[in-house]
Design a protein around this ligand. Sequence first.
Ligand code: DGT
Ligand code: CA
Ligand code: CA
Ligand code: ZN
Length: 589
Amino acid sequence: MEGTPGNAETAALFERIADLLEIRGENVFKVNAYRRAAENILETGCPLAEIRAEGTLRQVPGVGEAIAEKIEELLDTGRLGFYERLREEVPESLLELLEVPDIGPKRVGLVWKNLGVTDLAGLSAAAADGRLKDLPGLGAKSEAKIRKGLEDLASRKIAVRTPLGVAWELAAAVRESLLGAPGVERIEAGGSLRRMKETVGDLDFLTAASDAEPVMDRLAESPLVAEVLLRGSTKMSVRFRGGMQGDLRVVERARWGTAWQYFTGSQAHNVLLRELALKNGYSLSEYALKRTDGTERLCAEEEEVYRILGMAWIPPELREGRGEIEAALKGGLPRLIELADLKGDLQSHTEASDGRATLEEMAEAARKRGLRYLLVTDHSQGLGIAGGLSPEALLRQVSRIRELGRSFGDGFRLLSGSEVEVHSDGSLDFTDDLLKEVDLVVAAVHSALSGDREKVTGRFLSAVRHPLVHILAHPTGRLLTGKGRTGADADWDRVFSEAAATGTALEINASPMRLDLTDTLARRAMELGCLFAISTDAHAPEQFDFAHFGVSVAKRAWIPPERVVNTWEVDRLLKWAREKPARVADRVR
Ligand code: DGT
Ligand code: CA
Ligand code: CA
Ligand code: ZN
């Protein structure tokens, strides 16, 4: 299976194909078929190889015969002939143009066919010469906007970055394929991926090996790699098939510690650490800690680097130059949450709304993963597109949950819940009487997130203050995939303060499409005293595996386990939920 693309990578490839087809001028149905397939492949938690083995590939929504055949080719050969032919016809460098604001595939096609532009440099030249304004559908105003967009892009105000979930899958596949190369002792990713940043610029691999050539050969020949950009004696840069770039460094095992520390970054963290080293009479580099007399102190492990500089090892998620070095020097690093601290999951969906599996399958999957409880939160009626439950359907589900729950015994509790819509006036989609029937209520704003700031803030405040709402789902509503969606603009300090005062938990949605709250907002909420719920929002059994992404966001926000309500035992959790009305009453008084 070496080199076989995962779901995220396949989805990214189909997005790329859709863009190339649209640039070529292909009809909208064909283009959208690829986009829809990409979206559904991403939503499917189950690896495509497994779906295919079960013989149900053609049952995945959006996957018709033509696309199924392409997936099979990818799975069998790691390549796709259709894509390779398409790339010969439509220069791939045109995809760079899509990063420019105000430019979509249609306009890219226009400048390519009419002006022969094939890359950013060509577009810049055409914009500078005033050749864009005469094209059909453009004009002086559009040209000026595009010129401004190009400037922003050049000054890197807009960076081309890949969502962590996509980069993660690619990195795992690359690591796997390099591990077996002769002489490789160790291989790990560093950079922003290791720090679990929500988006990743490029991948950074570090290898300890007796000989650099075999591992570099292996990477050069990998079906995951589209092009070798640069190759030296211990360094290499490549472009992967999905468009991401990656660096590989080969070092001696004895220097692994300083090298891995250096390539993990962040740059801000490294600068501060180097200053500290200087104060201690060392110059710190990727190769060693060097004393002023020129002698080297080699560090085979990262722990030694930090220990010599007088502190404990700092978890990569904290290495952003946001006070972690001072904290470590004082012995005051926070006790961070770990995946094993999570005792339950507080957002999940079944086929009753938009999930892919039955209640039984979801419960069994959660139990098998060692969770002690699962909250089932199908959507409420107002979210029509997600097959929201009617009040009657919710009541039926509650009694099914009670019945099924009994079969699990004491080790696992199945809890009833709802992901209830918050209407634009701040009211909830279900009556209080109905919501009293479930164990916990998760409130979600799914629509009109981009509205007026005051109004949006008011909506969140109403949800948080509601006596029966326990958790605010994916608060900002941002999406990281495809063209993405920026999160709601609200007065978050006010929302967080109210959440803290009413003991309402803020969700850290672990789905790699969301990672919402973001790390920085979660840290602010942490400072304001909030509680959190780290939830996978699983729509299929495999998606319970997303939990670690949410844990990483919490780590990056310096959140300790006791602040996360799903680290609590179920009895404490339910007591906290039952006391919400009293907390709200106290707040109002
Ligand atoms: P990215 O790729 O933009 O998501 O972010 P990083 O953090 O992975 O950055 P990258 O790939 O440019 O470099 C990997 C690490 O190497 C970076 O986090 C720190 C280290 N590094 C690279 N260039 C410099 C530099 O000029 N100064 C210092 N102090 N460290 C650097
Ligand atoms: Ca990087
Ligand atoms: Ca890099
Ligand atoms: Zn939702």
